[in-house]
Design a protein around this ligand. Structure first.
Ligand SMILES: Cc1cc2nc3c(=O)[nH]c(=O)nc-3n(C[C@H](O)[C@H](O)[C@H](O)COP(=O)(O)OP(=O)(O)OC[C@H]3O[C@@H](n4cnc5c(N)ncnc54)[C@H](O)[C@@H]3O)c2cc1C
Length: 432
């Protein structure tokens, strides 16, 4: 029988990696986290969902998050860029209790806090170390690492790949991609000072502004700085022929709502661009390796689901590994499919809401202050991250989706005025 250096090697120290490491270590498995960057490091994705609080509480990191001084988030405001419609989602009005509040987090600080927590629980953490190659070794793996001082190798029985959208693992489970059901999108973002904020607790809410081809997010991350990003289609971006930062500024200028909010704003760093980020791997677990977080799949971040999905999948991934380890066997195909199904069931709920958000008729239903049959509290619960469709949420959600479909033919809720929301005009060729 092969003796491995570690029971578990986790690739990546983001929310998925640090949560998985805390859980495998807590179950008594020796765990190494390998993270290529020096922490703290910049990451986009600052808005948490209240339903994810429980997952963070389970690992004991929640009190540290509460003490860290992050901005409190009690809901989210949705606006049409021409100012014709507004909706304020208040988490305390969700169908399910316990979803009242969460936080907006600067990811550099938040991710470092989670990784330190895994380290304190006994996981070994090597930062500035890159996983370069993984090869089979007995029933486990031999892993080639590159550190700041050179190359080295370790062995591990299990691998949890939490390498995010970098998608390290060159395996079949990683290669098989499910076809994207949405147009390719691109995000252009920065942190700003001087973005207008509502007074009082609602000033901590996420603001989403719907555009003709996409949307803007505005997320306060501390007393002064706000994360602001534009999401549009790659095709719309190509048509404008503008550079990303120029397109960002022109889109702000073209929207009444954004112009108001961004009137006194100045960027604090260079603009970042992330493109074509929606995908899902077919099978998320097989034999002796599991994909967790963005490494398994990622979709449009309108509803801020990424960190929740990362910590949720990390929990399931760790449970899968711990169970198989204790029973001295590999992950069975059945377990692998079950894990994939459970993660994708939650992803599917968010994806349905995202599809509704991009469709003008369905968006009118989403934005309606009082949709028929008192559907709002259920939709609020899902916007708060409650993707586990317990029956009272489930039937209301499916009625909501039905109303969205019917809205194409019969206006069951008042239609929204989308006029004056033209996309940014293409640049003349000479201006490029
Ligand atoms: C534009 C945009 C906006 C978003 N907004 C939100 C939001 O508001 N709320 C939200 O919850 N989510 C949001 N997200 C999603 C969120 O950022 C991710 O879902 C989340 O970071 C996933 O966590 P993770 O641990 O899976 O991956 P990551 O956080 O990406 O961590 C992966 C880690 O793996 C490391 N790594 C990669 N390859 C290797 C290697 N070979 N060796 C060693 N280490 C490696 C990386 O350095 C990284 O630190 C957004 C995403 C985008 C693109």
């Amino acid at each position: 029988m092969t003796i491995y250096d570690y029971d578990v090697l986790v690739i990546g120290g983001g929310p998925a990696g640090s949560n998985a490491a805390w859980r495998t270590r807590g179950a008594g498995l020796s765990t190494l986290v390998v993270e290529k960057d020096a922490f703290p490091r910049f990451r986009i994705g600052e808005s948490l969902l209240p339903h994810g609080n429980a997952l963070l509480r389970e690992t004991g990191v929640w009190p540290k998050i509460e003490r860290a001084g992050f901005i409190e988030k009690y809901g989210a405001s949705f606006h049409l860029s021409n100012g014709a419609a507004d909706k304020h989602v208040v988490f305390s009005q969700a169908l399910v209790p316990g979803l009242e509040k969460t936080y907006q987090v600067e990811r550099a600080k938040f991710d470092a806090l989670l990784l330190d927590h895994a380290r304190e629980a006994g996981a070994e953490v090597h930062t500035q170390t890159i996983v370069r190659a993984v090869t089979a070794e007995g029933e486990g793996h031999r892993v080639a690492l590159e550190t700041t001082t050179g190359g080295t190798e370790v062995t591990a029985r299990w691998i949890i790949d939490a390498s995010g959208r970098d998608q390290f693992f060159p395996s079949e489970i990683k290669r098989a991609l499910e076809p994207a059901r949405t147009p390719k999108r691109i995000a252009i973002y920065n942190h700003f000072r001087g973005v207008a904020r509502a007074a009082g607790p609602v000033g901590g809410n996420t603001v989403v502004v719907r555009l003709p081809d996409g949307w803007f997010w505005i997320i306060p991350i501390d007393a002064e700085r706000t994360s602001v990003g534009l999401v549009t289609t790659v095709e719309a971006m190509r048509q404008t022929r503008a550079e990303p930062a120029d397109l960002f500024r022109q889109t702000v200028a073209a929207s009444q709502k954004l112009s108001e909010l961004m009137a006194g704003a100045s960027p604090v760093m260079d603009f970042h661009v992330t493109s074509d980020y929606s995908y899902f791997r077919k099978n998320l677990a097989a034999d002796n390796r599991v994909l967790a977080g963005d490494a398994g799949g990622f979709f449009d971040p309108i509803f801020s689901s990424g960190v929740y999905m990362a910590t949720y999948s990390a929990k399931l991934a760790a449970e899968l590994v711990v169970r198989a380890h204790r029973e001295k066997r590999a992950i069975t195909p059945r377990e692998g499919h079950r894990y994939s199904r459970r993660v994708k069931a939650h992803a599917g709920v968010f994806q349905k809401l995202i599809t509704a958000f991009y469709d003008n008729d369905s968006f009118a239903v989403f934005m309606c202050p009082q949709p028929p049959m008192n559907l709002s509290p259920a939709i609020t619960a899902i916007v708060a991250g409650h993707a586990r469709l317990i029956w009272p949420i489930r039937w209301r959600f499916y009625v909501f989706l039905l109303v969205c479909r019917l809205q194409h033919r019969i206006p069951l809720v008042p239609r929204i005025d989308f006029t004056g929301m033209d996309a940014v005009a293409p640049q003349p060729l000479a201006a490029r």
